[in-house]
Design a protein around this ligand. Structure first.
Ligand code: IMP
Length: 185
């Protein structure tokens, strides 16, 4: 059984998500927006973020699979290299609507290597939205492989594998209210 250590408490997350919502409110005052959530990790963040925004807002979701239930043994160089080299993103659920001419906020749980958001933002740009902004709850800049940045970032975290608040380890722990570090998987 992996040991979990709280990195970001539910109170800390709630406070920051409220600030992010207020920022989006200010930036898009008087305009409508559409939140596009990346399944499944961003579902909880999107629902909290959206409730902190008072603009006219609609939702859509996109599904991608990257490396499946990948190994997370960071002290295993072979495992880590195998995971890193995959670098492959596949669409598993497309959008339900066109984003043409709309203000899109792409909502993601975590920005890690940047491969996923790079793939999705290219896909969304092809719709020719009026604007495209990325909101990521977590950012691990030390792991970045592509020069992609989020406009709204909840927390910058160190290179640790985290779960909770939507983030999983082998599909588990998404329902933890806090973001926790997995200590010995
Ligand atoms: P990227 O494509 O490397 O930026 O990875 C983004 C995706 O990898 C996220 O949407 C997560 O699903 C997953 N991911 C990256 N780091 C973590 C982590 O620490 N915990 C859980 N999932 C992660």
């Amino acid at each position: 059984m992996p040991e979990l250590k709280v990195l970001l408490s539910r109170e800390t997350i709630a406070k920051r998500v409220a600030e992010m919502g207020a920022e989006i409110d200010r930036d898009f005052r008087g305009q409508a927006i559409i939140f596009v959530g990346v399944l499944k990790g961003a579902a909880i963040f999107l629902s909290d973020l959206a409730r902190n925004v008072s603009l006219n807002a609609t939702f859509d979701f996109i599904g991608v699979s990257s490396y499946g239930n990948r190994p997370i043994a960071r002290d295993d160089p072979a495992g880590h290299a195998a995971w890193d080299s995959l670098g492959e993103v596949r669409l598993t659920k497309d959008l339900d609507q066109s984003l043409a001419g709309r203000n899109v906020i792409l909502v993601e749980d975590i920005l890690d290597t940047g491969l996923t958001l790079n793939y999705i933002s290219k896909l969304l740009r092809a719709h020719q939205p009026k604007s495209l902004h990325i909101a990521a709850l977590l950012d691990k800049p030390s792991r970045r492989k592509l020069p992609i940045e989020a406009h709204y970032i909840g927390f910058t975290i160190p290179d640790e594998y985290v779960v909770g608040y939507g983030l999983d380890y082998a599909e588990l722990y998404r329902n933890l209210p806090d973001v926790c570090i997995v200590q010995n998987p």
